[in-house]
Design a binder for this molecule. Structure first.
Ligand SMILES: Cc1cc2nc3c(=O)[nH]c(=O)nc-3n(C[C@H](O)[C@H](O)[C@H](O)COP(=O)(O)O)c2cc1C
Ligand code: SF4
Length: 460
């Protein structure tokens, strides 16, 4: 990993790093002052586009390109939603940023609202983040008092306010159109797209949804320039015309079977193994890793032999995962049964499916029930084929669902089966020696320990 100066996390270790005075003493709001005095909104957008910034919320969509989809001649209002729902299992870096340095996120939000001509921004904050809520509300109050928010910010013609909207405590609330529905006061059911939010989003107006860390990056791009941002990370792959590269710093996290769980900042593209060894103290108890979830449960699994994969937007995809996701890794040591990973993953997605799409609602539940059957010692080898069929048939990619939650449910299944099938087969053979080869249909209700199906209200 090259020498690297952390910027996103620079304030986190400072005493009172969340307060305005400390933020300003470190150069905070310098970028905003300069942008409002010297740059037109289109110049800010152009700098973000040139920087190559890609969204940190999971999909890695180029931020400047997303902003350019807003209709140029819209009379307004235009809205900006800050996605701080952060419900992806194993992921916590947005919380750390908001608790430790809320002004960095707010400055990026104001700059981004200026670039997109948004007049109101909403921070959609995960319900279970009370300290982040308190810090954010206090920081917004400091900004209003200091003239960074409100009418005619710093004497310019630009006006903006930012409101915090507490999340509705479901994973699907983080999906951008589910989030929009939730802010509108409805159940967070993702919308069919198109229209995309840039055309018709919050209150049916053009809307940009960006992740907390994406907006924090905007602060530094405007402060230090796009060339600085592009000097960090991984350039586009010349053999792949669709790869725009992975530029800039990234906040990574590590949890699970490591010696020092936590967050850290590194250039995009650092190897998964190096990040775990260098920042998280390596795998615990002197063991080896069996697998690593690269960036939140929905991204799937890297096997131990794939841990030199670069943690950029392209690396985990090349290794057969859904993507980089949030960059928050979950380490499973060599003793941890893959069946338990699979079961917990299926349990989570079956619980979180909003139920609108039949393949997602039924598929996630049946995948869970198959795992339960295997765990109860009644598994058959054909159950793995059934699981594989579910994994291949739910999601936006096979084109059967409205949102990506189902893709996120599918990837752990696909990777567990694709990379650890031998272990799963061995488990089935050992725990069901007389029935593992059965192929005839089995009554699902028969086996013990089946958890009751959830109804629509329980799904939320
Ligand atoms: C089920 C689901 C949950 C999601 N949860 C989050 C989340 O908690 N935070 C987030 O930033 N993006 C989340 N996303 C991605 C958002 O839909 C959206 O792509 C993202 O907020 C865009 O921001 P970015 O371009 O800055 O990455 C989720 C997507 C899906 C399908
Ligand atoms: S894919 Fe699943 S979570 Fe997404 S809208 Fe369909 S049922 Fe709901």
């Amino acid at each position: 990993m090259p020498d690297f100066e952390p910027v996103l996390t620079a304030n986190l270790a400072k005493p009172d790093g969340h307060r305005l005075a400390v933020y300003e003493a470190g150069g905070g709001y310098r970028a905003l002052r300069r942008a409002l005095a010297e740059l037109a909104p289109k110049d800010v957008l152009e700098q973000v586009r040139t920087s190559g910034l890609r969204g940190r919320g999971g999909a890695g969509f180029p931020t400047g390109l997303k902003w350019s989809f807003l209709p140029a001649d819209h009379p307004g209002p235009i809205y900006l939603c800050v996605n701080a729902d952060e419900s992806e299992p194993g992921t916590f870096v947005n919380r750390v940023l908001i608790e430790g340095d809320p002004h960095q996120v707010i400055e990026g939000t104001i700059l981004s609202a200026y670039a997109t001509r948004a007049s109101t921004a909403y921070v959609y904050l995960r319900y279970e983040y009370p300290l982040a809520l308190a810090r954010l509300e206090a920081a917004l109050a400091e900004c209003r008092a200091a003239g960074y928010l409100g009418r005619n910010i710093l004497g310019s013609a630009f006006s903006l306010d930012i409101f915090v909207h507490r999340g509705a405590a479901a994973y699907v609330c983080g999906e951008e159109t589910g989030l929009i529905e939730s802010i509108e006061g409805k159940r967070a059911w993702p919308r069919i797209k198109p229209p995309f939010p840039a055309v018709e989003g919050l209150f049916r107006r053009p809307t940009v949804v960006n992740n907390v860390e994406t907006l924090a990056c905007v602060t530094h791009i405007i402060d230090r320039g796009p060339a600085w941002f592009r000097s960090i990370g991984v350039p586009p792959d010349p053999t792949n015309p669709r790869d725009p590269g992975s530029f800039g710093p990234k906040m990574y996290g590590a949890s699970g079977h490591v010696n020092r769980p936590g967050w850290f900042e590194a250039p995009l593209g650092a190897a998964c193994r190096e990040l775990i060894d260098r920042f998280a103290g390596g795998v615990w108890k002197g063991r080896r890793a069996k697998a690593v979830v690269p960036g939140g449960l929905s991204t799937g699994l890297l096997a131990e032999s794939e841990l030199d994969t670069p943690m950029d937007f392209a690396g985990p995809v090349r290794a057969g995962c859904l993507g980089l996701g949030t960059g928050c890794m979950i380490v499973l040591d060599e003793t941890y049964p893959i069946l338990e990973f699979l079961y917990n993953s299926c349990r989570f997605f079956a619980h979180e499916s909003c139920g609108q799409c039949t393949p997602c609602r039924e598929g996630t539940q049946w995948a869970l029930e198959l795992c339960q059957r295997i765990r109860a010692g009644r598994g058959r080898l054909v159950d793995l084929d059934l699981l594989a069929e579910i994994g291949d048939s739910i999601g936006i990619m096979p084109g059967t669902t409205i949102c990506g939650l189902a893709d996120g449910a599918a990837w752990p299944i696909k990777n567990a089966l694709g990379k650890f099938r031998d272990e799963l087969e061995e488990h089935i053979r050992t725990t069901n020696p007389s029935g593992f080869g059965q192929t005839e249909p089995v009554e699902a209700m028969e086996f013990a320990g089946r958890e009751p199906r959830m109804n629509a209200d329980e799904r939320g």
